[in-house]
Design a protein around this ligand. Structure first.
Ligand code: TEU
Ligand code: CA
Length: 546
């Protein structure tokens, strides 16, 4: 496999609205991010995925863009954005901008023009259909944010498509003028010295609307190859596509070296597997290790020698990692460290979502009024109208609502967790007095220093980057273990995924394994034996001596 500069890099995702407020308006901003670059350099990350900071009416917190080449006033100015890019680069950190081109805001000039008349030159930048015979929406396609995916434009009597909110009209990627405009915009951002792009719902841009094929439409990969050749393919950039529909076969199409498409994709099998078939994320199934292991092994094996995996437990749309896969209570610290070791010892590019490195947890606001996320708010009302009880829906939002990830970052135990000096745009998680960066920096054995060590190990040990993945103890119901091997070097990674003390019988062929324990969340383990007594969530990585 051709080695890439970013193969041993770790990505840190920033949700600007909730990261750091520098001007006391309760909203995080670009100068706030700049003020924390030394902290990120100390953590050792080399890439920042920056969720949208572009001009936007913020119907979906910036994923509804009205100007791709201007910065939202509440986040700052283009000059500040250029300073962030430059100051990050000085610290060997490269910025991945969020590319949201499946849709724009309904305040984008293209859409404002399109609304003027059916023969406006920008009309065909969007997807219009005549009403159904009953005057209603053209078909029964549902928006991800509830309700119909079609909105009526009274003036023209036609409906436009919106897969997300009605203020996020979908762009028509069958229109080559859309390609040209987007490619030109991307090249202007690349010229500003960014490191690449995270691409929002990229699997949806090739949609075949009338067949209601939204994801993986027939032209999708052609569109991505065209984008590659017209923009980032000209340089050594990092591109990661969000693809909720992706299978391992799709991922090989997206990230195969000879494909000239993307560096990698975000796939969500390890997330969706715990969603209810019918209620989806609003009714989550309990975590179950066997099927979880099967999904991770599937992806590690499928992209073993071709393509490249992304590795993440959470992001700005998902619940907090330690709440979903670990323990928020007595074992929050060891389980958060186990999740760090497990993720960073798999093959692919690891992503750390802001706050994960200090073990931030989900939040449980009592009333729906404390929530801000358009998806949660919309679906709360939609499902209550369908007869779901308030309590049941609040359970769903507490478990999988997107605001779990969006409460302000905990910098210290001062009011509002040191995020802002005034009332924040969304309430702070009350556990900030215990869980915050200042406390973690002061505690040598904290989750934060564990992440820092894990990020550093990735730069030291090529086996962590390029080593083959081989599961061991496959049938163990509570332990997830594997061996990474490269050029005769072997690394055993063993994780107790439960709060139980476990007696683990070691297979004969592994009993004399010994070497250097690179990282652990309890006492280092530098040799195995006939049997191991594992602590709750115990995890270690053992570089097996030759
Ligand atoms: O997300 C795509 C998406 O489908 C998820 O938001 C979805 O709602 C799911 O329920 C996740 O929990 C991307 C962005 O990441 C998200 O923030 C935007 O809201 C969305 O696209 C529209 O741009
Ligand atoms: Ca601010």
């Amino acid at each position: 496999m051709e080695k890439k500069w970013w193969h041993n890099a770790v990505v840190y995702q920033i949700y600007p609205r909730s990261f750091m407020d520098s001007n006391g308006d309760g909203i995080g901003d670009i100068n706030g991010i700049i003020s924390k670059l030394d902290y990120l350099q100390q953590l050792g990350i080399n890439l920042i995925w920056l969720s949208p900071v572009y001009r936007s009416p913020m119907d979906d917190n910036g994923y509804d863009i009205s100007d791709y080449e201007d910065i939202a006033a509440e986040f700052g100015t283009m000059a500040q954005m250029e300073t962030l890019i430059a100051q990050a680069k000085q610290r060997d950190i490269h910025i991945l901008m969020d590319l949201v081109v499946n849709h724009t805001s309904d305040e984008h000039p293209w859409f404002i023009e399109a609304l003027k008349s059916k023969d406006n030159p920008y009309r065909d930048f969007y997807i219009w259909r005549k009403p159904a015979a009953d005057g209603g929406p053209p078909n029964d396609f549902r928006s991800y944010f509830g309700g119909s995916g079609w909105a009526l434009d009274e003036a023209s009597g036609e409906y436009y498509l919106h897969q997300f909110s009605k203020r996020q009209p979908d762009l028509n990627w069958d229109n080559p003028r859309v390609h040209d405009e987007v490619h030109a915009m991307m090249n202007r951002w690349l010229a500003k010295g960014i490191g690449g792009f995270r691409m929002d719902v990229i699997d949806l841009i090739g949609k075949e609307v009338d067949k209601q094929i939204m994801a993986n439409g027939k032209n999708l990969h052609l569109l991505i190859r065209q984008m590659n050749r017209a923009t980032f393919g000209k340089g050594d950039y990092v591109t990661v596509g969000e693809a909720w529909s992706a299978t391992p076969e799709d991922a090989l199409l997206y990230s195969g070296a000879e494909r000239e498409e993307l560096s990698m994709v975000f796939q969500f099998d390890h997330i969706k597997q715990f969603w209810d078939e019918h209620a989806g994320k609003w009714c989550s199934k309990p975590f179950e290790l066997a099927s979880f292991k099967a999904v991770i092994e599937k992806w590690q094996t499928a992209l073993a020698h071709q393509g490249w995996n992304s590795l993440f437990w959470s992001n700005h749309d998902l619940p907090r990692a330690v709440s979903k896969f670990g323990d928020e209570g007595a074992f929050r610290v060891p389980s958060a460290k186990m999740l760090a070791t497990a993720l960073h010892c798999l093959k692919g590019t690891p992503y750390i979502y802001q706050g994960e490195e200090i073990g931030m947890t989900n939040v449980r606001f009592e009333t729906i009024d404390d929530y801000r996320d358009i998806e949660s708010l919309n679906l709360y009302h939609v499902r209550l109208a369908e007869g779901v009880s308030h309590d049941e829906m609040m359970l769903g939002i507490h478990a999988n609502g997107r605001d779990n990830a969006r409460t302000p970052m905990h910098w210290d135990d001062s009011p509002n967790a040191g995020f802002t000096t005034v009332k924040p745009w969304i309430a702070v998680n009350p556990n900030y007095r215990e869980i915050n960066v200042a406390a973690a920096l002061a505690e040598p054995d904290s989750i934060l220093w564990h992440y820092q060590k894990m990020v550093a190990l990735r730069k030291q040990y090529p086996v962590l980057v390029y080593g083959d993945f081989q599961p061991v103890l496959r049938d163990h119901p509570q332990v997830f273990a594997w061996v990474r091997s490269l050029d005769g070097e072997r690394l055993l990674v063993l994780n107790n995924f439960t709060a139980e003390h476990l007696t683990l019988d070691i297979p004969p062929e592994m009993q004399n394994w010994h070497g250097e324990c690179l990282i652990s969340n309890y006492a280092p383990r530098d040799q195995l034996a006939v049997r191991l007594e594992l602590q709750p969530y115990e995890s270690f990585a053992l570089l097996i001596g030759r």
